[in-house]
Design a protein around this ligand. Sequence first.
Ligand code: NAD
Length: 498
Amino acid sequence: MSEALKSTGADWSLSDPGLIRTQAYVNGEWADAADGATFPVYNPATREVIAEVASVGAAETRRAIEAAEAAQKEWASKTAMERSAILRNWNDLLLENLEDLAIIMTVEQGKVLAESRGEVAYAASFVEWFAEEGKRVYGDVLPLPQPGRRGIVIKQPVGVCAAITPWNFPAAMLTRKAAPALAVGCAMVAKPPHETPLSMLAQAELADRAGLPAGLLNVLPAEHSRPVGDELCSNPIVRKLTFTGSTAVGKLLTKQCAGTLKRLSMELGGNAPVIVFEDADLELAAKGAAASKYRNSGQTCICANRILVQDTVYDEFIEELKKVVGTYKIGNGLDESVTHGPVITRKALEDIRDLVDDAVEHGATVAAGGEFGEGDSQFIEPTILCDVTPKMRIFNEEIFGPVAPVFRFSTEKEAIEMANDTEYGLASYIFTGDQNRSWRVAEGIEYGMVGVNETLFTSQFIPFGGMKESGQGREGSRYGIDEYVETKFICFGDIGTS
Ligand code: NAD
């Protein structure tokens, strides 16, 4: 095993150690689990235990839901300006503590510091954005068919919301949900993933310091997600569940929520195609594909999962991609010279290796990288696979690791068919120099988001979300607020005429 793939330590400390919170945050108070249970949080770069965190269950979840219900009514009665002021305080504190939050993220999640800093800023941007959007929740006046009547539509907060989030974006996945919820007058009960609870707990600490009233944001870390998830899905006080994670768990939670018919937002898995046409700028395409593929060591739902390249430029594209990958350095994300950190768990590494082995057994060749850490190492060399075909598992499955499979196509029609040949429909990317083609293909592929000659487009300004089995609902932008309001029609009768 090469040196770069061995687990490496690096010292870290925070300017404000008070941001490391290891208890649950319920009704504005920090509390241990009722039975005192805890679970370890590991640094994926070193396999060291960095914290023991309270592991709560159904009883604490019920308490959090009831606290949220009690707090929500008064919060909803405040003006949007008052709610906005508190959210802006939270945004300011997230940004003031950006460096500490980034260090916490890197040690629990593994992504490199530059990416962690970017994610904390991205997380804060949703708070700032929705602090403003909350002021613009407009209704409507409707023409009605009967004389002497007037109709209006008002928007009201959904009520108590629950959020379940994944480990790959430990900070942003909370604020993309909690900020719009809080901005319109909802309360939130959130369950972080057991791999990375510290980021969300630190954000809750800062929400507390920002003056968010008790009960409006509750955070429930748990080693076992089932008891917390079951309560969130079955408790009738919870009116909405917003989930980001795998499609399999999203489907399970959807079934569980059917009993109380909760509103749902589902941000699920992806199988993003990057389509590179022969008329594309190949250097731009390779850089864009690599930026999407290897970001967060390949662990994002919008990571390039299938790179589809027109056969006339296939070899040239591979050479360009190899040049980009050749500049990468793997290691502990706290080292500023490192570009790519470990994957989240040893199990994740093994699943990714299985996909590569399957492809190689069926005829794919390794054009770069291909080495996996041994023992307890969680490092994978950024890898390029050539001669990959749709018959291989890697065409259909979310890789969630730094492996770029490059497929061939010959016509535009074939590229569209290949791109759509999946149950997923989250992000997609097209590289072409032909504007007419970019329109045709963007409209022909079944994805919630399309990047044309661009792969890094996420921000608070865009409606993020997917089609097909990638989910339902949108987060961010002006559309993101719709997920947290009810539309109420009011009819005024017996008005007469003036
Ligand atoms: P996961 O589905 O295993 O877990 C997500 C969350 O669900 C975690 O908090 C987990 O503890 C919880 N969970 C798991 N089983 C549960 C149950 N039975 N009841 C209640 N909660 C349960 O996903 P993951 O491995 O943490 O994240 C990776 C997945 O998330 C990938 O599929 C990725 O594409 C997807 N993702 C999607 C988006 C998006 O916006 N569409 C963003 C990031 C990640």
